[in-house]
Design a protein around this ligand. Structure first.
Ligand SMILES: Nc1ncnc2c1ncn2[C@@H]1O[C@H](COP(=O)(O)OP(=O)(O)O)[C@@H](O)[C@H]1O
Ligand SMILES: Cc1ncc(C[n+]2csc(CCOP(=O)(O)OP(=O)(O)O)c2C)c(N)n1
Ligand SMILES: [Mg+2]
Length: 334
């Protein structure tokens, strides 16, 4: 049996067995955006890692070293945000071809530091090795969250409202403009490429929202909204109704979808790499959460659906009809 058969998530399921040998400090191991460990001073410790591989996550033909660095830090910070946490420390590991210019690595680190500076993350170590072919950059991140405030994927309950920060599909639209350039309004292209290369991890948003209370679960959108809805629903043992018309899509993303003859909803549902937060919230707290985030920043927070009992399944309302939500999204190996 090869990896294509079981896919990325089938593989991760297998890796869980026997992984924890000293459970004392482990509150959450494999299975959420970050691992959760017992910490000190009223805080839990968060730990996560994400890797970017040449020609899978970026191509050197379309991405600058600075963009690759920025994005590597941002996607990791996003995993800490998805736990409700504050990012703090990073370790960076590089696999580089010997011919790669030194300037490239300098710029990569400029990007890493730029994003690190923005979110208060130190680079405290890492590893450097040669790689015969694809370039690889891995970042491991540590953060912290107050005991009792940590947000898991498993906390959603029937009756909760499904919320999403920002807007969706911009990153996928940006990828189209990079991989197959077509004549398009420069502002739309710039917007979408910014979404693709410099996503904003939603730390400010979630930190502002937590004191309002009522948020029951969180997950960041790396593999696509639908993939994360399935992940969250499965972890929480619930069903979901997604309201297609409510999914926030920026005008620039719609413009590009028209140019690429794509359905903008497809970008938003299946594109991935938006690094927005998918949240569930008790219905009586939605307004308070929205107000708390509005006080802290400009990022919109949009209700896009409802949590229902698992027996109702995972569905989407399109044009007034409730249909099964087709699973899909990014899966390494498939
Ligand atoms: N090779 C691996 N060994 C152990 N745990 C892994 C491995 N790959 C992924 N995981 C864990 O599986 C879970 C799901 O991973 P993933 O879907 O990549 O999360 P995310 O989308 O938040 O990065 C996480 O808890 C992650 O730490
Ligand atoms: C050249 C190129 N092709 C395709 C993509 C799209 N893409 C690559 S990985 C990915 C999903 C997210 O990456 P993953 O490693 O699964 O992140 P994680 O879920 O671990 O956070 C997407 C949409 C891209 N960014 N660049
Ligand atoms: Mg991952």
């Amino acid at each position: 049996m090869d990896l294509k058969t079981i896919g990325e998530f089938g593989l991760i399921e297998r890796l869980k067995a026997g992984a924890i040998v000293v459970p004392d400090k482990v509150i959450m191991g494999i299975g959420d955006d970050a691992a959760v460990l017992k910490g000190e001073g009223g805080y839990l410790t968060l730990a996560s890692t994400d890797m970017l591989v040449e020609d899978i996550h970026f191509t050197l033909a379309t991405a600058t070293a600075r963009e690759i660095g920025y994005k590597t830090m941002a996607v990791n910070v996003s995993d800490i945000a998805a736990m409700g946490g504050i990012p703090e420390q990073a370790l960076v590991s590089l696999g580089l071809r010997p011919e790669q210019p030194v300037d490239f690595v300098d710029e990569l680190y400029a990007g890493l530091r730029e994003c690190g500076q923005r979110f208060g993350v130190n680079i405290i170590g890492g590893d450097t090795v040669s790689s015969p072919r694809a370039m690889v950059i891995n970042l491991a991140i540590l953060g912290r969250v107050e005991e009792g405030a940590c947000l898991y994927r498993s906390g959603a309950r029937p009756g909760d409202v499904l919320l999403v920060t920002g807007d969706l599909g911009g990153s996928a639209a940006g990828l189209d403009t990079l991989l197959s350039p077509r004549p398009a309004p420069p502002e739309a292209v710039a917007f979408a490429r910014e979404r693709h290369f410099r996503p904003t991890p939603r730390v400010t948003e979630i930190r502002a929202a937590l004191p309002a209370g009522g948020i029951t679960a969180a997950d960041d959108i790396s593999d696509g909204l639908v993939a994360e809805i399935y992940t969250l629903a499965q972890a929480s043992g619930v069903g979901i109704i997604l309201e297609a018309a409510a999914v926030p899509i920026a005008p620039a993303t719609r413009q590009l979808a028209a140019i690429y003859q794509k359905d903008p909803l497809d970008y938003a549902l299946y594109g991935g790499e938006d690094f927005e937060l998918l949240l569930t919230c008790r219905p009586d707290k939605v307004a308070a959460v929205q107000e708390a985030i509005a006080r802290a920043c400009q990022t919109p927070v949009t209700p896009i659906g409802n949590v229902v009992p698992a027996t109702e399944g995972i569905t989407i309302i399109i044009d007034g009809k409730r249909l099964p939500l087709n699973p899909g999204g990014y899966n390494h190996f498939q």
